[in-house]
Design a protein around this ligand. Sequence first.
Ligand SMILES: Cc1ncc(COP(=O)(O)O)c(C=O)c1O
Length: 368
Amino acid sequence: MKVPYFDLKAQYAAMREEILSALDRVCQNASFILGEEVAQFEKEFAAYCGVKHCVALNSGTSALHVALLAAGVGAGDEIITTPNTFIATAEAISYTGAKPVFVDIDSATANIDPRLIARAITPRTKAILPVHLYGRPASMDAILEVSARQCLAVIEDACQAHGARYRGKRVGGFGLSAAFSFYPTKNLGGYGEGGALTTNDERVAQLARSLRDHGAVHRYTHDRVGYNYRMDGFQGAVLRIKLKQLDRWTAKRQELARQYRKHLANARIDLPNDDPHDECVYHLFAVYVDNRDAVRAELETRGVQTAVHYTGPLSLQKAYASLGYRPGSLPQAEHACERVLCLPMFPELTPEQAEYAAKTLAEIVGPK
Ligand SMILES: Cc1ncc(COP(=O)(O)O)c(C=O)c1O
């Protein structure tokens, strides 16, 4: 059996007519940048996340950048975040002139370990930027508690966590603002680049709208130097259609995750913890194995494609060498990166494929 790591083509085949007619509508209206479809998507996504405002942008990276700027982050500030994430999380911090301060992860969840945050705070710390990695909510209660004590802003990186629930409430409204990515492979993915900032703060929303459009407050009236971070009309149209399917797709991901857990329960691997109070939306299904690269190669030989997110923590990337982290500085994150293996996970994956992938992996690694 062949099990692809990911496949977007089947999803398009199922919604082709609806998508093409929406794209045609954008062309007929010539509303290629922002426009009605984007404005409607903003309302619908805000309602979905349970927040007051959604500002559509052209990527998750720009959403993070704008979120940090709207929190007043600038040169000389320090932002506490996780090293176990895509580099965009840290890049957005760097764009503002601030410095990322990496705090190690909790190996049970792969998210930032809130118990380690307090000791990383200095007089320069301005905000905490947790990532809901793989669609699993970060420990928001503990993060909000330490941030409130120290008067720090919290910005959620929800780029992998559309619809995930922490203690019953959807991510995107826990801090001052949150960033989402609609990169095509995300749980809610556009047909190109896309992102959004969500917030309950009217001032942040207004500032984000201005920053995404060259600092404009009205056409050709610029109160600040901004950016060209606008979402294009096609993305708004596609995302509106796909948002209607998101909960159904999430349920399929969660069912596949249950199947993986069942078939892997006795295998010699570590599975991430799911807090029963929360709802992980399984952007990725990550497991932890010894001799990861050999296991991965054997899976590939037997027809199962996998991926590694991420091959190394940001603290050890050359791009951040100037921060001075060394091997051993953040042991849990380093250990996770050495052992992590992501199994195929997308709504169109069949139960038979998931069973084959899990059983093949269990066979390769052997029993506990
Ligand atoms: C955790 C995380 N943060 C930020 C981003 C950046 O999003 P984008 O690719 O839309 O700029 C991504 C996307 O890959 C991500 O996974």
